[in-house]
Design a protein around this ligand. Structure first.
Ligand code: ZN
Length: 355
């Protein structure tokens, strides 16, 4: 999707993506092919497209009436869909096989494709013979498989699986180095709290929650927002609570946020609050006596079948949630949900997204 000078080939995909996504793509600086440092944004975008079913395989091209031939360029199988390209085609199968534990191979090759992507991209190394940083190798190899497929179709050579693996391993190492460097960059940590807002890892949603107290009348409110791994808005909420402590308002915010996240389909959720005390209470809810009733309610929601983690973020990184809490209506005590971001918060969202 990029020419030899590193320019996006818009004609290949601009008709299939919404304008908001195109604007995101336009902001990604792409370097010319072959450069080592070009790996990260391109691979990230590629994985995003893959996870959203936006990769143009031959099967997909037939479905969109671009062509009548949906077969695989390599093995001739009549239908080349994403599962075929990345897992079932003999060319890909032979690449994965030596990397996967023998007793997990059957599951690895038969698991639902989306689940397969998700499990392997989110640090689940249970399939791998060498599980350390498996998710990084897995993502890199998906990219390499796609490059090989395109080189095979548009070029003349078929890259040997050994070379593909070597390239994948090199990219994995670069990604490990980049992630170590990143710890001092956008996601800087001070006194255990993340200072800036960052996107959650692939497949996760992030809930930022906050409580606020109106000093004039002592009335507390809470609010927050949920964003996906691309930083896009899923839902926001705000609720006027009544007279209570700031800590209770923070817990209310987490509770309402969890309910909203569950309702809107989050199943892997990272919760960020700037209130360390609230996080500690929730994390230790089973060990504490006489905890606030709100902690108990949060515990009940957490018992549902989903994966929720909590993390402390500095106030500076949580300003969007703070804004939502202060937005609470003074007319009622209902929890108001926002399917699209209020206009007044857009600047804060843009600041967060500019990482
Ligand atoms: Zn094939």
């Amino acid at each position: 999707m990029v020419d030899e000078y590193g320019h996006w080939r818009w004609e290949l995909f601009e008709h299939i993506l919404p304008y908001s996504v195109l604007l995101r793509i336009a902001s990604v600086r792409v370097l010319a092919r072959g450069s080592i440092t070009d790996r990260s944004p391109r691979v990230r975008l590629f994985l995003w497209l893959l996870c959203h079913g936006r990769i143009l395989t031959n099967g997909e091209r037939v479905r969109r009436h671009f062509t009548v031939d949906g077969s695989c360029w390599f093995c001739g199988d009549v239908w080349e869909d994403i599962d075929h390209v990345f897992r079932r085609c003999p060319l890909s199968h032979s690449l994965w096989l030596p990397l996967v534990r023998a007793n997990r191979a059957e599951c690895f090759f038969t698991l639902d494709f989306k689940q397969w992507l998700f499990l392997n991209l989110t640090n689940d190394g249970s399939f791998a013979r060498v599980s350390l940083n498996w998710n990084l190798l897995f993502g890199s190899l998906l990219w390499c498989i796609w490059c090989r497929r395109n080189d095979g179709i548009f070029g003349t050579t078929v890259t040997h699986s050994g070379s593909v693996l070597q390239r994948g391993l090199r990219m994995q190492q670069e990604a490990v180095v980049a992630s170590v460097r990143g710890a001092d960059g956008a996601g800087r940590v001070v006194n255990g709290a993340t200072v800036r807002w960052t996107k959650p890892q692939l497949g996760w949603h992030k809930l930022n929650s906050d409580g606020a107290l109106d000093r004039r009348n002592g009335v507390a409110s809470s609010g927050g927002l949920i964003r996906d791994d691309g930083g896009s808005w899923i839902i926001g909420y705000s609720k006027r609570i009544g007279i209570c402590s700031v800590l209770e308002a923070e817990l209310w915010g987490i509770y309402e946020g969890l309910l909203a996240a569950w309702t809107f389909g989050s199943r892997y959720l990272l919760v960020e609050s700037d209130c360390l005390e609230a996080i500690n209470l929730v994390n230790n809810r089973n060990n504490s006596d006489g905890v606030l009733s709100m902690v108990h309610s949060i515990g009940e929601v957490l018992n549902r079948p989903w994966c929720v983690r909590f993390s402390h973020i500095a106030r500076d990184g949580n300003h969007a949630a703070d804004w939502m809490a202060k937005l609470a209506s003074s007319d009622d005590l209902l929890c108001h949900r926002y399917l699209s971001p209020p206009v007044s918060i857009s600047v804060l969202l843009q600041q967060d997204a500019a990482d």
